[in-house]
Design a protein around this ligand. Structure first.
Ligand SMILES: [Zn+2]
Length: 471
């Protein structure tokens, strides 16, 4: 096997890198908690120092918030733009904020007192996402020290409020103008199937949700006097929720599947190879049965297929004992995950039509759409994905499988605002407890990640500029 560019570098720097990561992880940069705002700011400053140490230029801590007023969690930016106009410009994305830690009593070691047990680092933020950001910065530093230059123009953007839904991220990108312009985005904030089954994410689902209110009377009515002869809002909401899927588990919105793009044969083959164990999935979720669209695997149901989930339903009396009423109002909420090429605006129209068709006489139904994120996919035969696959294969010894993430995140804004294809070099593992107690990061994956990030810079450096850009 050919020598990896950063093999010697990683061997020399293991202790230093682990010490740096440990120090960063001691900062409790919980973005959801305003009480930790000073820690998020401290974490941003720490990240800025890492960027300068890596040899990046123009390093700055970027205030976020409405019009950049500084009320949001600060992002950090740095670049190295000396590869020349013919080289690709690559923007690496990650985040330095972390999730809250409760329930604290479930942690085997304190979340902000990092501890290595059996080659695995334990701390909040170690894999999601400080470790994966450091992996990228270490690779840039290593390649600069080895070659004296980078093969690409590199921009690194590390967000400070991803864990609270990136409320100001799109605004940050837009205000940045040309600062963030790039040919390819590389996101390091995802997982692989397993340490011996390397994989790369190539898409994320979109999201649109609905808050649905049902009214059937002016106020609740006595169930003895009126029950049996007036409509019941709780029943209407339950019937509507039950009508969201047909007997085969397919969503009944009119035209819902019309815009769903078929997978390319190459991606379909890769999907079919993704290993899964139904019993293991059931144990992990704590359920007795898997459900969903008939004839689809769990990977398809959570990645390449759209879904509708009732995320809440409320009506009538919920206190102790019984209150004998016919409820006058009910509310239910539905979250739909979308896949290419479904658009949130189009699905809003479909949902309104569906709700109107399922509103019985005597009921009033109000639909309020909430949010709207478009789905994202980068074709698996895109040159940037091929470059990433080669980098991963060189380190793991096998080419990565292609995965779709079921979730939705700031990657869509990166794609839409910057107009660049989004690729994913993510080396965390499914068992790394993202967002949960005992978050962990397998150090073997960390070292491999640094090696792969170095190989990726080399591979992307071999692509002509025209190979970048979205398709
Ligand atoms: Zn993350």
């Amino acid at each position: 096997m050919q020598e990896l560019l950063l093999a010697g570098y990683v061997d020399e720097r293991r202790e230093e890198l682990l010490a740096t990561l440990t120090e960063w992880l001691r900062i409790p940069s919980i973005s959801a908690d305003p009480g930790h705002a000073p820690d998020v700011a401290r974490s941003a400053e720490f990240c800025a120092v890492l960027m300068r140490d890596a040899g990046l230029d123009n390093v700055e801590v970027l205030p976020t918030g409405p019009d950049g007023d500084g009320s949001g969690g600060p992002a950090v930016y740095g670049d190295w733009l000396h590869a020349g106009p013919e080289a690709l410009t690559v923007l690496v994305y990650g985040h330095h904020d972390v999730q809250p830690v409760d329930p604290l009593e479930e942690w085997a070691s304190p979340p902000f007192d990092p501890e290595v047990r059996g080659g695995v680092l334990h701390a909040r933020g170690c894999s999601d996402d400080k470790g994966q950001v450091l992996m990228q910065l270490a690779a840039a530093r290593g390649v600069l020290s080895r070659l004296g230059r980078l093969p690409v123009n590199l921009k690194v953007l590390v967000e400070g409020e991803e864990e609270r839904g990136s409320p100001h991220f799109e605004d940050l990108l837009r205000r940045g103008g040309d600062k963030f312009a790039c040919d390819v985005v590389v996101v390091s904030d995802t997982t692989m199937v397993a340490a011996d089954v390397p994989s790369t994410t190539v898409g994320m689902r979109g999201l649109v949700a609905f808050d649905v209110t049902v009214r059937t009377a002016r106020s609740d009515l006595h169930s003895g006097i009126w029950g049996g002869t007036v409509p019941n809002a709780a029943l209407v909401a339950a019937q509507m929720a039950a009508a969201l899927h047909d007997g085969a588990g397919r969503v009944t919105l009119p035209g819902f599947y019309d815009d769903v793009r078929e997978l390319s044969p190459q991606e379909a083959r890769s999907q079919a190879e993704l290993p899964f164990d139904e019993q293991e999935l059931m144990d992990k979720a704590g359920v007795g049965e898997l459900s969903g669209e008939a004839g689809r695997t769990p990977y398809e149901r959570t990645g390449t297929r759209p879904t509708a989930e009732v995320v809440g339903i409320h009506s009538g009396y919920g206190g102790p004992g019984i209150k004998t009423i016919v409820p006058a109002t009910a509310n239910f909420k539905v979250a739909l995950r979308l896949v290419p090429d479904q658009g949130p605006a189009c699905v809003v129209e479909q949902f309104r039509a569906w709700a109107a068709a399922h509103t019985p006489r005597g009921a009033e139904v109000e639909v309020v759409p909430v949010g709207g994120v478009s789905p994202l996919v980068t074709p698996v035969d895109h040159p940037a994905v091929a470059a990433l696959s080669r980098a991963v294969e060189r380190v793991w010894g096998k080419a990565p499988l292609f995965e779709r993430s079921g979730g939705s995140g700031p990657e869509e804004a990166l794609h839409r605002v910057l107009g660049a294809p989004v690729t994913f070099l993510g080396v965390a593992l499914p068992e790394d407890n993202f967002h949960a107690p005992n978050e962990r990061f397998d150090l073997a994956q960390f070292w491999r990640g640094v090696l792969a990030a170095g190989e990726l810079l080399v591979e992307l450096g071999r692509l002509p500029r025209a190979a970048g850009r979205a398709r």
